[in-house]
Design a protein around this ligand. Structure first.
Ligand code: SF4
Length: 165
């Protein structure tokens, strides 16, 4: 596999962050343009449409919904709550850099739950440190990470067939 040059600015996206929390192997593959869509992903996308998402693309971020007070992110699958929270913090951070300040609202469609996130000092430091960690990981990982032990996450992962079949 040809490794992308790091001369260009690294393209960090919300999905990359979410994948990083889910599995570093998946994050690395995704960064280099390899992605799959499982049935669960498709179901998640449909649930997402049902919510009346009016997706907005602003540079490198893709927001499910934004209004005068909030950025709303719909969590479409049952796993990876921490990754989805980090994704939302990233959106709040990118918006703040553009002079747009919002509260983050995470709507968990599986468990019918809601979480509110603010980009306070603590969360600002948290997302900066996550971004740095991901950049370091991508820059220093030149080969596909070997799959490790089968884990709980693998069962619902859209890369399952690639990794385990
Ligand atoms: S199937 Fe498992 S090892 Fe493969 S990318 Fe997904 S979580 Fe990672």
């Amino acid at each position: 596999m040809t490794i992308r040059s790091f001369g260009n600015k690294m393209n960090i996206t919300g999905t990359l962050i979410k994948n990083y929390f889910h599995c570093k192997r998946q994050a690395w593959l995704y960064y280099y343009g390899i992605n799959f869509y499982s049935e669960l992903t498709r179901i998640g996308k449909l649930k997402h449409l049902e919510q009346g998402s009016d997706e907005i693309v602003l540079g490198n971020i893709k927001l499910d919904k934004i209004n005068d007070n909030e950025v709303i992110e719909f969590k479409k699958t049952s796993s990876n709550l921490e990754g989805t929270k980090a994704q939302l913090l990233f959106y709040l951070y990118e918006l703040k850099k553009k002079g747009i300040n919002r509260i983050g609202k995470l709507k968990d469609l599986t468990y019918d739950d809601e979480y509110e996130l603010n980009l306070d000092e603590k969360n600002l430091e948290k997302i900066k440190s996550i971004l740095q960690e991901i950049k370091t990981f991508i820059e220093n990982t030149k080969k596909i990470l070997k799959r490790k032990k089968y884990k709980k996450n693998c069962k619902q992962c859209s890369f399952f067939d690639y990794c385990w079949v």
